[in-house]
Design a protein around this ligand. Structure first.
Ligand code: ATP
Length: 290
């Protein structure tokens, strides 16, 4: 085998709260994360260059060691003690950038999954997560996928019941703020934890989409109110969404629909105004080898 292709899913934060800080300044999180059927495709081919090379075709995405997929490949080779590092990584990006949908981390997770297959290293999911967390805080969830409570700085993953069947409409406005700025706004605001995660998990286990939506909360959206985000939330709610929220540090917004027709209508309406609109479903897995 000299080539593997993997589809790596995006995530949404159904809930995001910040519960404290570690001594070295990392924020401690309490989140409910959901993988969705919006995928980047990662194709990795072995070659005899002895080096990692990466192509993507988007100017905004670096193709060197700053790329999370590249960094994940380096971490994989290091962990496994593999000297023959000649691989060509091709990313086909669909997940919007600067969106809070973990596009870069998904590529990192997909790369680890692909290399594990390509080199027949047989690493378990916990082992892959162990490598992933050295590359980025969102990688363990991106490797796990499905629906999960995510804690610590992102490394403590507790899978929960699948989110009840629904449609997500996702819209990404052009503007946004950096993840770093969102966290410093949070620090300045000095607000404590607000999320009732137990209620959200129970609603999900009871297959009660509306009940889960009633608990949706994003501490970063609260401290960084963005006009465009609020405008999208209002459109989603007026179209019949059971809940609408910014994901992560934004600026993508998602609405949860239990009526397919309303979801379609909402996506059509938003796509007249926003270039990046998607109609998605929750999925119960992480990266998939094709
Ligand atoms: P998150 O939910 O993790 O905060 P995000 O949407 O804010 O995700 P991304 O768009 O995934 O963040 O990536 C942010 C930046 O990271 C990009 O602007 C880009 O410079 C860099 N980056 C590194 N690797 C990748 C990658 N594989 N795909 C996209 N961006 C990448």
């Amino acid at each position: 085998m000299d080539q593997v292709t993997v589809k790596a899913p995006a995530k949404l934060n159904l809930a995001l709260d910040i519960t404290g800080k570690t001594q070295n300044g990392y924020h401690l999180m309490k989140m409910v994360m959901q993988a969705i059927d919006l995928y980047d495709t990662i194709r990795i081919r072995k070659n005899d260059t002895g080096k990692i090379s990466l192509s993507c075709g988007l100017e905004s995405v670096p193709c060197d060691e700053r790329n999370i997929a590249y960094a994940a490949a380096e971490a994989f080779f290091q962990h496994c003690g593999i000297e023959e590092r000649g691989v060509e990584i091709r990313l086909d990006k669909v997940i919007p950038q600067q969106a809070g949908m973990a596009g870069g981390s998904a590529d990192g997770a997909g790369t680890l999954t692909a290399l594990n297959e390509l080199y027949q290293t047989g690493l378990s999911l916990p082992e892959l997560c162990g490598i992933g967390k050295t590359v980025g805080a969102d990688l363990p969830f991106c490797l796990t996928g499905g629906t999960a409570v995510v804690e610590g700085i992102g490394e403590i993953i507790t899978p929960i019941a699948d989110f009840p069947d629904c449609d997500f409409v996702v819209a990404k406005p052009k503007g946004g703020i950096s993840t770093q700025r969102a966290f410093s706004e949070f620090d300045r605001a000095e607000i404590g934890p607000c999320l009732d995660i137990t209620a959200m998990v129970k609603a999900i286990e009871d297959r009660d989409a509306a009940g889960a939506c009633a608990q949706m909360y994003n501490a970063l959206a609260r401290v960084c109110p963005l006009k465009e985000v609020e405008a999208i939330q209002n459109i989603m709610t007026s179209c019949g969404a059971k809940g609408a929220l910014m994901t992560g540090s934004g600026s993508a917004v998602f609405g949860v629909f239990t009526d397919r027709g309303k979801a379609y209508a909402c996506e059509r309406r938003l796509s007249q105004r926003y270039e990046e609109c998607f109609l998605c479903k929750p999925i119960s897995h992480g990266p998939v080898i094709e």
